[in-house]
Structures are given as structure tokens and as C-alpha cells.
Design a protein around this ligand. Structure first.
Ligand SMILES: Nc1ncnc2c1ncn2[C@@H]1O[C@H](COP(=O)(O)OP(=O)(O)OP(=O)(O)O)[C@@H](O)[C@H]1O
Ligand code: SF4
Ligand SMILES: [Mg+2]
Length: 336
């Protein structure tokens, strides 16, 4: 058995089109240990969804894998054929719930029919007899309980469900085959605070019940990141700015971008009230068709030095902490 459920090495993924070449994920390396929930945070356009799409093994047409490797449960997903990817990796080892995935529910189909379609696609079975259908519905209803969804939801149309329920239906369907790794992109962003809480609880339940083992969880929301994740990655302009233990990274970030980001992203108390004064980060993220030389954060960084403008900082694994940060300020601590 592979030590890590996910191993990403020097990953590069660019969008290529009439608009040029967007260096959306550019030299990203990290691992997710078994049982760990890894959070990914960062401003809009930082490459979080692109990273998730690459890890899902099915990037959209304009997104190209330019280099690097991705091992899911020890399997190099870009070196196997599509059929192997479908049967050996997807659903069983890894499942991906994209950003805005609740829109993927067909508005003219009841949830039960959507589930039949997915099971047919996945298993190749016809699911035509009433016995087969009853068996699938029992399995789905049982599974949906973990996500706080009652059996009558199966008979509803998507428009009869709240945004949070639709999102949980998509997650339920994506986890029917107990994937070891769930990749989930912004599941709470379109939801009100109460639905966000339910969503977090549902994801925690999936983990407690052993339905999933590990998660790659993308979010802008500090509260859900704290509640769900043991470790986290802070992404900026297609690269990892900082990686480490969730609490340590949020409570005492070392990368200047992480410091500004954690002061800027929303956090809520148990009554759903926004906590702290939100400050925006001066300047805007770079155009990734022509990213800045050196440290990509240098045009916005309050601590910028000469070296930052020309030389890209490596990841420094400094001090007692488990994590690392990609910033020249850590050089002396790292003994470089
Ligand atoms: N289909 C596409 N074609 C061209 N460029 C794209 C495409 N999708 C994303 N990009 C670009 O790739 C970069 C990374 O985008 P991505 O969607 O991965 O960021 P993100 O961190 O997920 O942002 P958000 O928080 O808004 O979801 C951005 O510069 C974005 O403009
Ligand atoms: S490397 Fe330089 S510019 Fe980049 S975050 Fe560190 S101090 Fe700022
Ligand atoms: Mg995104």
C-alpha cells in the first residue's frame, strides 16, 4: 500500500488558447497522508480549481498537463489508459466534486433517476427491473443518511431542493463507492451560514463513518477550513506559498501572503457572526499569462527585497514546524 493517498510532484498545468498561455499551476509539489484532510486556500484566480481538475485526472479541454506527476494511492494517473483511470481510480480511489457542481443536476430528472444514470454509467448494469432499482435506492438512501438527507429527497426534482441539499446530493452520489480520496471544490461558497454548517457536518460525518479516508478541500472560508482540515496549502498565483499544519498556518503564518490572506478571509463564530475586521490585500493577483519574475508575490509584498524580484524562492522547511514556506525571508532560519 502506498504511504500517501496523494502525491503531487512538480505539477504544471497551463491553459492554452487564443488568449495565450495561462500558467495556472506551475511547479506544485505536496503529499496527502492517509486519513488527512488537506485544505487549499488562496485568493480567486490562484489556481486552486485548476489544481483540483488536474488531480481529478480529467482536465477540461484547454487545460494541459505540462509536466510533473500525480500518484493517487500509488497509481500514476497520467500514465494509465482512460479505461483503467475510470475503473481503477475514479469513484473507487478518488472522487471529484467540482466548484458549482450542484448545477450538474439535470432539472427535468428526479434525484432517483439521476442516481440510476450514475450507477448505470459506473457499473455498466442496466438497472431496469424493479428489484434492481429498489436495491440501488436502498443503497443510496442509506448512504444519503450520512449526509443528512432523508429518503423522500430521492423523489424530488432539483428545483424542489435547497442549494445545500443539492450540493449534498452531488456529494452523496460522488461518494457512493467509498472513494479513499474526495476532492471537493468550494462546497460551501454559494450557501448561507446555516447550510454551510450542515455541509461541514455532512463532510465530517462521511469521514467519521469511514466512507472516505482523506480529502482535498478547497475553500475561501476559514471556519470550514479550521473545522475540517488537519493540514493546509496556501496557494498564490499558481504556486504553493505555504504548506503545513492547519492551526499553525492560520494562527502563525510565515509567508507574507499567508499573513495577509488569513487577516482577509472570512471567519464566523458559532452564531454565524463575522469575526474580526476584514482587511483586503492591496493590489491584485498577477495575470498568469505573464507572471512576475522571481517571487510571484513580489509586486504586492510589503517585505520585498532585491532578490525577490529576480530569483524564485524555494520551499524552506525551517525550524521545528512540519510545514514549509516559499519566501526568501526564511533563508536565515533555514540556514541557506
Ligand atoms: N478555462 C480557462 N481558460 C483560460 N484560463 C483559465 C480558465 N480557467 C481558469 N483560468 C485561469 O487560470 C488561473 C487559475 O484559475 P482557477 O480557476 O484555478 O483559480 P481559483 O483559485 O480556483 O479561483 P476561485 O477562487 O475564483 O475559484 C486564473 O488566472 C484563471 O483566469
Ligand atoms: S520572497 Fe520576497 S517578495 Fe516573496 S513573499 Fe518573501 S519577502 Fe515577499
Ligand atoms: Mg476555483
Amino acid at each position: 500500500m502506498a504511504t500517501h493517498i496523494l502525491e503531487v510532484q512538480d505539477l504544471r498545468g497551463y491553459y492554452r488558447g487564443t488568449f495565450g498561455v495561462v500558467h495556472a499551476v506551475d511547479g506544485v509539489s505536496f503529499t496527502v497522508d492517509r486519513g488527512v484532510v488537506m485544505g487549499i486556500a488562496g485568493e480567486s484566480g490562484g489556481g486552486k480549481s485548476t489544481l483540483a481538475q488536474l488531480v481529478s485526472g480529467s482536465p477540461p479541454p484547454l487545460l494541459h498537463l505540462e509536466g510533473g506527476t500525480i500518484l493517487v494511492d500509488g497509481i500514476d494517473i497520467y500514465s494509465i489508459n482512460p479505461e483503467e483511470l475510470r475503473t481503477e481510480v475514479k469513484c473507487k480511489r478518488m472522487s471529484y466534486v467540482p466548484q458549482s457542481s450542484m448545477e450538474s443536476l439535470n432539472p427535468v430528472k428526479r434525484i432517483r433517476d439521476f442516481i440510476f444514470d450514475v450507477v448505470r454509467q459506473r457499473t455498466g448494469k442496466r438497472i431496469a427491473s424493479s428489484e434492481e432499482k429498489a436495491e440501488v435506492l436502498d443503497m443510496a438512501a442509506n448512504h444519503m443518511k450520512t449526509l443528512g438527507l432523508d429518503r423522500p429527497v430521492l423523489d424530488r426534482y432539483p428545483h424542489e431542493l435547497s442549494g445545500g441539499m443539492k450540493q449534498r446530493v452531488v456529494i452523496a452520489v460522488s461518494t457512493l463507492w467509498n472513494p479513499k480520496l474526495l476532492i471537493i471544490d468550494e462546497p460551501t461558497s454559494a450557501l448561507d451560514v446555516t447550510s454551510q454548517k450542515r455541509m461541514i457536518e455532512a463532510l465530517l460525518n462521511l469521514k467519521r463513518a469511514g466512507t472516505i479516508e482523506s480529502m482535498l478541500y478547497i475553500s475561501h472560508d476559514l471556519t470550514s477550513l479550521r473545522q475540517l482540515c488537519g493540514e493546509c496549502i496556501i496557494m498564490y498565483a499558481g504556486k504553493i506559498a505555504e504548506i503545513g499544519d492547519m492551526e499553525e498556518t492560520i494562527d502563525s503564518p510565515r509567508h507574507p501572503y499567508s499573513r495577509l490572506l488569513t487577516a482577509a478571509i472570512a471567519s464566523y463564530d458559532s452564531k454565524g457572526r463575522k469575526m474580526g475586521e476584514l482587511k483586503s490585500i492591496a493590489g491584485s493577483p498577477p495575470d498568469l499569462r505573464d507572471p512576475p519574475a522571481g517571487c510571484r508575490f513580489h509586486p504586492r509584498c510589503p517585505y520585498v527585497m532585491d532578490i525577490c524580484r529576480t530569483k524564485e524562492p524555494p520551499m524552506f522547511w525551517a525550524g521545528e514546524r512540519k510545514g514549509g514556506a516559499s519566501c526568501w525571508l526564511l533563508t536565515s532560519q533555514a540556514g541557506q
